[in-house]
Design a protein around this ligand. Structure first.
Ligand code: FAD
Length: 389
């Protein structure tokens, strides 16, 4: 059992943050201290996720992820701090928070006023759950290979095809769906749509179990007819909309990774201080100190890249494609290595089911794959550099 109560906040002194960000961190700490996270029963993942969304909504925290239901610009630093804090406490809480933003980000960016009014307040209050449906079995990293199609028919669109790996699939009320509309080949022939879980022709065909339980599914459209007013942006703009949405949230994946890594370091430090070994403690051994030094330095380096990307977006109002990619790949890879070192420091206990570091070890793995695998982030950075030259 862990005796730790919350993350340390040394980095809030960095120049990236203002008093409003310190206030966000305090709100999140108060939320965690209230027992709202600890009292969720994680045995039923769907139910736990619904509970978490409700509790986050009741506490007024989901507005951070939706730009106060579309009324304000999303503050990337606040989203990153929220994800870092939630991930420190509970990976599923971080997931529940983040998906309310990712699932509706495209609606906030490109939806009509009617769509925004119909969806964003419900998602912000926690009444509705949202999802982002881009990936397909044959189109993960290679988005241009997308086959799911939407055909215009009078004042409707008819969707046919399948999406997989959809977070919140099965429990979401509203899905942002990307489908081929064929204006041009590849990524220029994709449009974005809003689909509701009760639209006729929409179904869940498979639930997917992963090493760190999250609601995840394959979803299917069989002649799924939706009003044309549910298209987001212009025909053929879907890929751009998806990338703009991911640009907002990519740095926040890095922040979640940092939250997991900080928790692993905090657990490792607490263990190293008390574990008796060779007439001393684990923390007295120089090899342990080298490990802890590497862990702490890696975390701060990843945090600096992450909050640099968020600050650049919020304050400089500049594109962050390159900066967010650097942050995401560095933070997720660093977190994996930090957590692995923490498991090692715990010895046998590190791999025992129920230990915090054991769950962090499972929790971090998918972050190196989704929203663009590390290899994809490297290509993004290189392309941006070459383009700028
Ligand atoms: C837990 C989880 C949640 C997810 N949630 C969502 C969601 O909500 N919505 C959604 O749309 N999708 C979601 N995904 C899907 C995720 O975005 C894809 O898994 C990811 O894009 C990789 O696609 P893929 O799985 O098809 O792997 P592939 O595209 O087959 O890639 C396999 C591997 O190839 C490597 N690779 C990729 N590109 C290159 C390259 N150019 N050169 C060399 N190597 C390369 C990478 O290591 C990659 O991991 C989720 C995935 C997971 C695991």
């Amino acid at each position: 059992m862990s005796t730790l109560t919350g993350p340390t906040r040394d980095h809030l002194d960095w120049p990236f943050f203002g008093p409003e960000h310190r206030a966000v961190a305090e709100r999140l700490d108060a939320f965690a201290a209230s027992g709202a996270l600890a009292s969720v029963d994680h045995h039923d993942t769907d139910r736990a996720c619904r509970d978490l969304v409700r509790r986050l909504g009741d506490a007024g925290l989901l507005g951070l992820a939706t730009g106060d239901a579309g009324k304000t610009a999303i503050d990337s630093r606040a989203v990153c701090l929220a994800r870092e804090t939630l991930a420190w406490h509970d990976g599923l809480a971080d997931f529940a928070f983040a998906m309310q933003g990712l699932g509706t980000g495209a609606i906030g960016l490109s939806g009509s006023d009617e769509l925004k009014a119909a969806v964003l307040p419900k998602v912000t209050s926690g009444e509705w759950i949202s999802a982002f449906a881009l990936s397909e079995k044959e189109a993960g990293s290679d988005v241009a290979a997308m086959a799911c199609a939407a055909r215009e028919d009078g004042d409707s669109y008819v969707l046919d095809g399948e999406k997989t790996w959809i977070s919140n699939g099965g429990i979401a009320n509203v899905y942002t769906v990307f489908a081929r509309t064929g204006e041009a080949p590849g990524t220029r022939g994709i449009s974005a749509f809003v689909v509701f879980a009760d639209d006729p022709g929409f179904s869940i065909t498979e639930r997917i179990d992963v090493i760190a339980p999250h609601p995840l599914a394959t979803i299917r459209f069989d002649g799924c007819r939706i009003p044309a007013s549910r298209r987001l942006g212009a025909p053929g703009e879907g890929f751009k909309i998806a990338m703009r949405t991911l640009d907002i949230f990519r740095a926040s994946v890095a922040a979640a990774a940092i939250g997991f890594a900080r928790r692993a370091l905090d657990e490792a430090l607490a263990h190293a201080r008390t574990r008796k070994m060779f007439g001393a403690t684990l923390g007295d051994l120089q090899l342990t100190q080298a490990s802890l030094g590497d862990m702490a330095t890696g975390i701060d380096a990843a945090s600096l890249l992450t909050y640099r990307a968020a600050w650049r977006r919020d304050v400089q109002k500049l594109p962050t494609t390159k900066e967010a990619a650097m942050a995401k790949m560095t933070a997720t890879e660093t977190a994996q290595s930090v957590i692995d070192r923490a498991v090692q420091l715990f010895g046998g206990r590190g791999v025992r089911t129920g230990e915090i570091v054991e769950s962090l070890y499972r929790e971090i793995r998918a972050l190196r794959i989704y929203e663009g695998a590390t290899e994809v982030q490297k290509l993004i950075v290189a392309r941006e550099l070459i383009k700028a030259g």
